[in-house]
Design a protein around this ligand. Structure first.
Ligand code: 1GP
Length: 255
């Protein structure tokens, strides 16, 4: 039987293999750089594409998914900023509940509306507890979701939120400082949260260097997501992938 994306992620976590996802915001796809991103991702062995953004201004979602599928077999996971960012052309969707916030619509409301569409879709649905962490700047997610992020000094609040998410049956936790964050999720918070849950932990937002990516996987992140830095310099993809995968290859110990 073919492994689902979630099974792959859980297995990888069990064996200490760290994964790397490149975030593609369909609204920000610049055709000139697009080819470079794709080629570098294939060459570097990127594990997943996350596809999503806070808005859909241009109608590029299907184009992006179609051209990715034509060129490679890297799984495409929707990371939707809203209910318009749904497409059967992807492989899976993060069914996100914004558990760091208290906006009922983003905890359950939108899910009720999209449930019938998703129920009959071929997409693999991966329920994910999404935790917005203060990234030192007002991010699009914070503004659009009308929620407060968890203060980045409050490891205990982050931990309890993640534990509650796991207890509610969510399959993954995504700690995000938000796209373009000035301050990425602190290492201490990643350590504390990863030590308190047994489901895969995704970390993203403001990760600009391979060193930071490696620091995060050492701290316990299972999957690193990078968007902005790669949009600026697609050449970073190979260095990021090498750093993240080097952890898997050389050490299964936290340092
Ligand atoms: C945002 O975690 C992602 O949701 C990626 O953030 O664009 O800052 O890398 P960046």
């Amino acid at each position: 039987m073919e492994q689902t994306i979630y099974t792959q992620l859980s297995e990888a976590k069990k064996f200490g293999q760290k994964k790397f996802a490149v975030l593609i915001d369909p609204d920000k796809v610049r055709l000139a750089k697009w080819q470079g991103v794709l080629e570098n991702a294939i060459e570097a062995g990127v594990d997943y594409f996350f596809i999503g953004g806070s808005l859909v201004v241009n109608d590029m979602l299907d184009y992006v998914l179609k051209s990715l599928k034509e060129k490679c077999h890297i799984p495409m996971i929707l990371f939707p900023g809203n209910s318009f960012q749904l497409s059967y052309k992807a492989d899976a969707i993060l069914f996100l509940s914004l558990i760091s916030g208290r906006n009922a619509d983003l905890l359950i409301g939108k899910h009720v509306i999209t449930a019938p569409f998703l129920k009959v879709s071929p997409l693999e649905i991966i329920s994910t507890g999404y935790m917005l962490i203060d990234g030192g700047v007002l991010t699009s997610v914070q503004y659009m979701s009308n929620t407060n992020p968890i203060p980045n000094t409050k490891d205990d609040i982050a931990l309890c939120t993640a534990i509650a998410g796991e207890m509610l049956g969510l399959k993954m936790i995504y700690m995000d400082a938000g796209s373009g964050a000035k301050i990425p999720v602190p290492t201490s918070m990643i350590e504390v949260v990863s030590g308190g849950i047994s489901i895969p932990l995704i970390v993203g937002g403001g990760i600009k260097t391979p060193e930071k990516a490696l620091e995060n996987v050492r701290a316990g992140a299972d999957l690193i997501v990078v968007g902005n830095a790669i949009e600026k310099d697609p050449g970073l993809i190979s260095e990021m992938a090498a750093a993240i995968h080097s952890y898997s290859a050389t050490s299964h110990q936290k340092v």
